[in-house]
Design a protein around this ligand. Structure first.
Ligand code: SF4
Length: 285
């Protein structure tokens, strides 16, 4: 069985999505501290500890690098961390807003999966959400070029799209458009209520699912409603601590993994084993 650690390696981002949950008040990040990064990787590689914690035989571990926007980091930090993880036999993946991806083709071959967050191809919708950097957003034309570039540089890398359904895009047919790229995975996430952003109503979410109809019934689509999202991930914050959601206003944290080790840090956070197993039992999406 595979598990996935979602390492939010930086909080910094060139976008400013209004529903963003990657908020840590610009806390001190450890990604530039090689010693701490190496220690975290060493701890995360201990399959016996995570196996014992969840009561399953974990044979594969993937680190999913997320943010913020990981590609905003200096290459001597981000690329080296990914390469180091690969050398330690982790499977690796990246979730990016895609904006800087075209400038990083050399990292593609070290990633088993590249995930791009896309909520809409409509410029106004992207700008209303904050999924843009100045006047620039990820258009359909840019995505098409990116997908070609990924396939050229790493033909076996899996391609995934993440779409957050919010008040800005619940009436769009974005999943139909994304299926045209034949991705390995599309994850639909209902906007998580957090720090004053209330998310969307059941009716709005149902409308989105109905509009996208047969395009969400395919095997490559995973839908995460708000209850599926809580306490079902193993997430690490930019300071190297496990953190857990479940409350609309704050996270709970472990002590830093590089200080107390994996076993102790895992014992300090709660996760819902049933939700966790249903996610990772399906192949670690
Ligand atoms: S692209 Fe991701 S990290 Fe950046 S602001 Fe949007 S949700 Fe947050």
């Amino acid at each position: 069985m595979q598990i996935v650690y979602n390492w939010h390696i930086t909080e910094h981002c060139n976008y400013s999505c209004n529903y963003c949950f990657a908020k840590w008040n610009k806390a001190a990040e450890i990604c530039s501290n090689k010693e701490r990064v190496d220690k975290i990787l060493e701890e995360l590689s201990k399959k016996d500890i995570i196996s014992k914690r969840i009561g399953e035989n974990i044979t594969r571990v993937r680190i999913n690098f997320a943010g913020g926007e990981p590609l905003i980091l200096d290459r001597s930090i981000f690329d080296k961390t990914v390469m180091c993880a690969k050398k330690l036999s982790f499977e690796t993946s990246l979730i990016t807003n895609g904006f800087l991806l075209e400038f990083h083709p050399e990292i593609f071959k070290y990633l088993d999966m590249i995930g791009i967050s896309i909520d809409s191809f409509d410029e106004n919708v992207c700008k209303n959400i904050g999924r843009c950097s100045g006047k620039n957003y990820l258009s359909e034309e840019k995505l098409s070029k990116l997908v070609k570039k990924i396939k050229l540089n790493n033909p076996i890398a899996k391609i995934k799209f993440n779409t957050v359904v919010s008040k800005n895009n619940y009436s769009s047919n974005i999943i139909e458009q994304l299926q045209a790229y034949k991705p390995d995975r599309i994850k639909i996430l209902r906007q998580f209520p957090f720090k004053g952003e209330k998310g969307i109503t059941d009716e709005q979410f149902e409308q989105f699912l109905s509009i996208n109809g047969k395009f969400i019934e395919k095997k490559n689509v995973v839908i995460e409603d708000k209850n599926d999202i809580t306490q079902s991930y193993l997430m690490i914050d930019p300071q190297g601590r496990f953190f857990q959601n479940g409350n609309e206003n704050f996270y709970t944290y472990s002590q830093p993994i590089f200080e107390v080790g994996l076993e102790h840090a895992l014992s300090q956070i709660h996760f819902n084993k049933e939700k966790f197993m249903s996610r990772y039992g399906q192949g670690g999406v």
